[in-house]
Design a binder for this molecule. Structure first.
Ligand SMILES: NC(=O)C1=CN([C@@H]2O[C@H](COP(=O)(O)OP(=O)(O)OC[C@H]3O[C@@H](n4cnc5c(N)ncnc54)[C@H](O)[C@@H]3O)[C@@H](O)[C@H]2O)C=CC1
Ligand SMILES: Nc1nc(O)c(N)c(N[C@@H]2O[C@H](COP(=O)(O)O)[C@@H](O)[C@H]2O)n1
Length: 229
């Protein structure tokens, strides 16, 4: 199956949490890391999040630097990468920041089980891709995004989408910024939640880079394919 090059960017506490037990967004990294994240967005064809992240954080997912936006426009692209939400039941609010802020394409990936009336309303602001029956079939979705010309896809969480993508073998690399704080809480989202691997299937990684950044560390990982494990 042909799919885009896929990477995740995430910020976690020293105990692996990406937000609090109330799913409240925490500032884990500082401005240097946010600028790095902005460059990654600007260099991508699309940025994708799960509906849980939209409902919790309402991110705009826009490129923030005027210079980077200008570079995109002068190379014939929209000022923002396409912004994509994985949203099986079409729960995306019609007034989400993703619609209100910035120019560029929006794509909502729904399943066949999404209510048709809500899908019709979302169609006024976004391209709708249908993949899967009850939940979004991420493999089908990746193949469809490739067909739409998306070569480089950045994932910005959350925990369930990260798990879905990694457990389906759909991620090539990921960055984790590990910040100098402990959030705690057994129900607080971690980098990957979902059902978890059994011992024989555990995903192996190769460490590509480690860099001290601000008060934390930035790690870059390659996800090993079955043949490389
Ligand atoms: N620190 C960081 O870097 C970031 C932290 N977050 C945090 O993550 C939390 C949100 O994470 P989650 O609640 O886990 O939501 P999520 O953002 O991972 O979205 C999960 C939802 O995606 C949908 N989905 C549809 N098909 C799917 C499939 N096949 N596989 C996986 N998901 C599928 C489901 O409706 C599922 O509930 C928030 O608390 C947010 O603050 C989010 C992004 C970045
Ligand atoms: N990389 C990173 N570091 C942190 O410290 C964070 N709290 C987050 N959170 C995610 O960043 C996104 C913000 O997007 P916009 O500024 O609205 O464009 C959002 O998805 C947060 O969950 N990330």
């Amino acid at each position: 199956m042909e799919r885009p090059f896929v990477f995740i960017n995430s910020a976690m506490s020293a105990d692996g949490k990406i937000s609090t037990k109330e799913r409240k967004q925490v500032r884990i990294s500082g401005q240097i890391d946010f600028n790095r994240m902005d460059k990654l967005r600007a260099g991508s064809d699309a940025v994708m999040v799960g509906i849980g992240t939209v409902l919790a954080d309402d991110p705009s997912l826009t490129v923030k630097s005027a210079e980077l936006k200008e570079e995109r426009i002068s190379s014939g692209r929209d000022e923002n990468p396409a912004r994509i939400i994985v949203d099986s039941k079409a729960r995306t609010p019609l007034d989400a920041d993703i619609f209100k802020k910035g120019k560029g394409k929006r794509i909502i990936i729904v399943s066949e089980s999404a209510p048709a009336d809500k899908v019709d309303l979302l169609k006024e602001q976004a391209i709708i891709v249908v993949a899967g029956e009850e939940n979004v079939d991420l493999k089908k979705a990746m193949s469809e995004l490739k067909n739409q010309g998306i070569e480089r896809l950045m994932i910005e969480g959350g925990a369930t989408l990260n798990w879905g993508m990694i457990s389906n073998g759909l991620v090539d690399e990921f960055y984790t910024f590990v910040g100098n704080l402990i959030i705690g809480g057994k129900t607080a989202p971690t980098f990957t939640d979902g059902e978890g691997f059994t011992e024989k299937d555990i995903q192996k990684l190769e460490l590509i880079d480690a860099e001290k950044m601000e008060e934390g560390v930035l790690l870059k990982w390659k996800v090993l394919a079955n043949s490389e494990k």
